[in-house]
Design a protein around this ligand. Structure first.
Ligand SMILES: [Mn+2]
Length: 201
């Protein structure tokens, strides 16, 4: 089957954030990420690199308040862009999962690009912050992604003690799971993999 590159861009401006994001699902992990939050940049780099997505993102947010709006809105925009990039979902595998180890941390991520948002999160952090990023924002970010992409997303911590490892394993596992779900399945011959015949809603 012919491989066309699936690229989408979203620009979103509110009183709290100004975000420009471009995602190529058929990339190689090349990325330019500037969210204004160093630890969050590091997380998105892990997502893009290990999902083999090309990702350009610039977030100008109200960091004088805190990191909340910048990270949550980036999740909304990433989810929207994923939805645009997968398009009609013809011939994609739809489901993807990965269990990603990072030293003592072990994180399970499973996604279904089914068109219905659902978010299940079972991850525990010890400290309130990782760098400038509040640990609670990991949950807020993935919730926003799952709802705006209309995907079913499960993140489950199997083990882990170090917050940096746990968070990074979540982002990398999500990259790997989403990569698996967006890959083409040739045996579908261009059809949508659903008993309903659609992966809309
Ligand atoms: Mn790291």
């Amino acid at each position: 089957m012919e491989m066309e590159q699936r690229i989408a861009t979203t620009n979103r401006v509110t009183k709290e954030t100004d975000i420009a994001l471009t995602l190529n699902l058929d990339g190689s992990g090349v990325n330019h990420i500037d969210t204004g939050v160093g630890f969050f940049n590091h997380m998105l780099d892990g997502f893009a690199r290990h999902g083999l997505f090309d990702l350009d993102v610039v977030v100008k947010g109200d960091l004088d308040v805190d990191t909340h709006h910048s990270i949550e809105d980036c999740g909304i925009v990433l989810g929207e862009t994923i939805a645009k990039a997968v398009g009609d979902k013809k011939a994609i595998k739809r489901y993807g999962s990965f269990i990603l180890p990072m030293d003592e941390a072990l994180i399970l991520c499973a996604v279904d690009l089914c068109g219905r948002p659902y978010f299940s999160y079972d991850v525990q952090f010890t400290d309130p912050k990782m760098g400038e990023m509040d640990t609670t924002m990991v949950q807020e970010f993935f919730y926003a992604v799952s709802y705006s992409a209309a995907m079913n997303l499960h993140l489950k911590q199997i083990s882990g003690r170090n917050d940096h490892h746990i968070a990074e394993a979540c982002f990398k596992a999500f990259g790997k799971a989403l990569d698996a779900a967006t890959m083409y399945e040739e045996r579908l011959n261009g059809t949508v993999w659903s008993t309903k015949g659609t992966l809309g809603t």
